[in-house]
Design a protein around this ligand. Structure first.
Ligand code: BGC
Length: 726
């Protein structure tokens, strides 16, 4: 985009302190319209005469910074008076925080050493038609402010008593200009407020407040204080076995919240960093705590809730709630693995497995479409896609090649957005990136038609992992080739939708399937069975699904799948006649299962099935997030198999619907709805004395498939079917 303002910085690098840039200006005549366009290296809060210019937060958001930096446009007409001051406070944000990058030479190690800087352009259009433009230059000042420390992982220190020395003139500096783009992401906002449920003293004698819900966001304190009094708080997701406050799983993230009060009653809220937490420990607080002293402020990107699931089983309902909160907590501008420890990165494997469920829970076309453009921007010329986007580790290449099931987000996520919303624009934009990814695999594999000879995360966290490893026992080459086939298939399908010539990919797909069958006639693990059957690579998918059922039963009706097998295991079982076993797995309450964490009081999805073990201990200190959405992928099965609401591939965006519910007599009733782009689709079944009652509402023409029945239903109907045969 065209950009005429200069970048400015401080005379001296302020390190982790958040500088305040400022400019006074007069509006000599009545102002008809005022627009502020700006961006920063870091995250910023801009105010005119002490009032924020927007209710969105954490601007300019997180993008593939070396290729794309978003510029925001704010209508500030209502804030302009005769005498004005524009101030901009800049924290390190994503741009200048370490973001788990210690290796020199990565993108992030270069970005994080840059000083805080902004570029801005304020346009005042007067009532008489005259236009005045104020741009960042040396007439601005840059000084210290009350935020004495600001960083993404390590939190914030704010001193409300701080008296800043006189600010110095700002200094012109180099900053990105040819990579500036108009803001694309879904706005990030404060989306809700959660009040404390209770406060208590732990066995260790510490005062802890429980918000009753794990969430991501800011923390607001309201306090009566004397100048110099301190509010100091720590954050945690869980309590340990003894009921003590537990922070070890935040690893290196210090998550500080240290506020030095001014005199009187005051309210303070962090705005330049965020925290993932359920509990806070009050390390220092002046006077006595009141129930409303602290409020948790939920922050995430704008997304409309579209999916609902409810059943007669409260534990299942809690599971869905956990999935929804997991999505909220990890959709802060970029889809992340977790929101709390020193990670919070756009891990591709995580969003790849969660993509379909994500698109049903909320309308996330806007959110994912911006992130996919970052993926394409950070994709290398040869098609390599990093494990995280924005690819803060790019040029690191320490693993030599991209990982299957992580890099495949390049094909799978655009396809899921297309399926859920019929967004042809997203598919068209991503198509070159999708093809490049598949082409890339062909250049790194050591065996044509298979993906062999490379390192992969594979069935990450599979329970059949050998001792000491995070990787399940499924063979790398089986997992990688299965995804090679799936990505190629998606390029073929996307190309057909777009009217592209995909004959070369059709041939390649045939070759991969043939090579897979020849190389891998047998499947050793649950996940290998899942992939071979689900992607229809096995010679006999039915036999493979039966083998899966057998393996699950042999394991004591337990799943052993990790990231790669878990999203599809229930689908394979229910698609091939083992729906009852699928239900048994879903409703199982003992470890390992989706409901086990619920029995332990989870309010979000855990990274590990045994984040808290049955004996109350933790499975690990360093890889133990309690807000990791990946296994929440199971929501997709609940909508599309349990309730049976399906968008056929030739009717993306639910332009036509197939209802094929799979009831179980383990529940009294189960229902789901999706507010599609065409209207509300819902399906609910209830156990009756002589069978089932099915209630179906469809906004579009639908096919209904019930036990022993198949019929067409016109658009806009609400129908019910009852009886022994359905
Ligand atoms: C992250 C994951 C990610 C994985 C890949 C972890 O540290 O939290 O969710 O996908 O690494 O290895």
């Amino acid at each position: 985009m065209e950009w005429n303002a200069r970048w400015i910085t401080t005379a001296e690098d302020m390190g982790s302190r958040a500088p305040c840039f400022s400019r006074d200006f007069r509006a000599a005549k009545p102002v008809q319209h005022a627009t502020l366009r700006m961006t920063a290296l870091g995250v910023y809060v801009a105010e005119i005469n002490g009032k924020p210019v927007t209710d969105t937060v954490l601007n300019p958001g997180w993008t593939a910074y070396t290729r794309r930096l978003q510029v925001q446009t704010w209508d500030v007409t209502a804030l302009i008076g005769a005498e004005n001051t524009l101030t901009v406070t800049v924290g390190k944000g994503w741009y200048r925080s370490p973001l788990l990058c210690s290796d020199e030479g990565t993108i992030q190690t270069k970005l994080r050493d840059k000083p805080a800087a902004i570029t801005a352009e304020l346009t005042l259009t007067y009532a008489d038609g005259a236009v005045e433009v104020i741009r960042t230059d040396e007439t601005w000042t840059a000084g210290e402010g009350p935020i004495r420390f600001s960083e993404l992982y390590d939190g914030e220190i704010c001193d409300a008593t701080f008296v800043p020395p006189p600010a110095l003139p700002a200094v012109l500096c180099d900053g990105p200009t040819d990579t500036l783009i108009p803001h694309q992401g879904a706005p990030v906002r404060e989306q809700g407020r959660v009040h404390a449920v209770c406060s208590f003293v732990t066995p260790r004698g510490e005062t802890v407040i429980d918000f009753g819900q794990e969430l991501t966001g800011f923390l607001e304190v309201t306090v009566d204080a004397h100048a110099g009094d301190v509010v100091d708080v720590s954050f945690a997701e869980v309590l340990d076995r003894e009921g003590n406050f537990y922070t070890e799983n935040y690893r290196g993230a210090k998550c500080r919240y240290h506020y030095i009060c001014r005199e009187g009653r005051q309210t303070y809220k962090t705005r330049l960093t965020f925290y993932g937490f359920r509990y806070i420990r009050v390390n220092s607080f002046p006077g006595s705590l009141a129930p409303d002293s602290f409020t948790a402020v939920v922050v995430h990107s704008d997304m409309r809730r579209t999916g609902h699931i409810e059943s007669s089983d409260p534990a299942l309902n809690q599971l869905l709630s956990n999935i929804i909160w997991g999505q909220k907590g990890n959709f802060v501008d970029v889809p992340t693995d977790c929101p709390q420890r020193d990670e919070r990165l756009g891990w591709l494997g995580d969003i790849q497995v969660f993509a379909r469920a994500t698109c049903m829970n909320f309308d996330v076309e806007h959110f994912l479409s911006k992130w996919l453009q970052d993926l394409a921007a950070d994709q290398h010329e040869d098609g390599y896609v990093g494990a995280v986007i924005p690819d803060v580790w790019t040029r690191q290449h320490d693993r030599g090649t991209a990982s299957a099931a992580w890099g495949d987000a390049a094909t799978i996520v655009p396809w899921e957005v297309w399926r859920a919303y019929g967004s042809i624009g997203v598919l068209r934009r991503q198509f070159p990136s999708m093809k490049k990814w598949v082409d890339y695999i062909g250049t790194v594999t050591t065996t044509p038609g298979l993906w062999t000879g490379c390192w992969h995360f594979a069935d990450w966290l599979g329970l059949d992992a050998p001792a000491g490893s995070y990787k399940g026992s499924s063979r790398d080459d089986v997992v990688a080739t299965a995804y090679y086939a799936y990505s190629t298939e998606l390029v073929v399908k996307a190309g057909r939708v777009l009217g592209e010539d995909v004959s070369a990919y059709e041939r390649l797909y045939g070759e991969i399937v043939a090579a897979f069958r020849a190389a891998f006639p047998e499947y050793h693990t649950q996940t290998e069975c899942v992939l071979a059957a689900h992607f229809r690579l096995a010679e006999d998918p039915q036999k493979t699904a039966d083998l899966l059922a057998e393996k699950v039963r042999q394991a004591g009706s337990q799943l052993q799948t990790g990231f790669v097998g878990t999203p599809y295991i229930l689908h394979v079982l229910s698609d091939y006649g083992h729906a009852d076993l699928a239900w048994e797995l879903l409703l199982r309450r003992e470890y390992p299962s989706w409901l086990y964490p619920v029995t332990r009081g989870a309010t979000t999805i855990w990274e590990h099935w045994d984040g808290v073990m049955p004996d109350g201990g933790f499975w690990s200190r360093d890889m133990n997030s309690f807000n990791h959405y990946a296994y929440g992928a199971v929501a997709d099965w609940m909508y599309s198999a349990a309730a049976g609401i399906q968008a056929p591939e030739d009717a993306p965006g639910y332009a036509r619907i197939r209802f094929a519910p799979q009831p179980t007599d383990r529940l009294a009733w189960f229902g789901a709805s999706i507010d599609t782009r065409h209207g509300l689709a819902s399906s609910r079944w209830t156990k009756t004395e002589n069978g089932w009652r099915f209630d179906i509402t469809t906004p579009v023409e639908a096919e209904v498939v019930l036990p022993g029945k198949r019929l067409s239903v016109p658009a806009g109907s609400h129908v019910f079917f009852a009886g022994r045969e359905g």
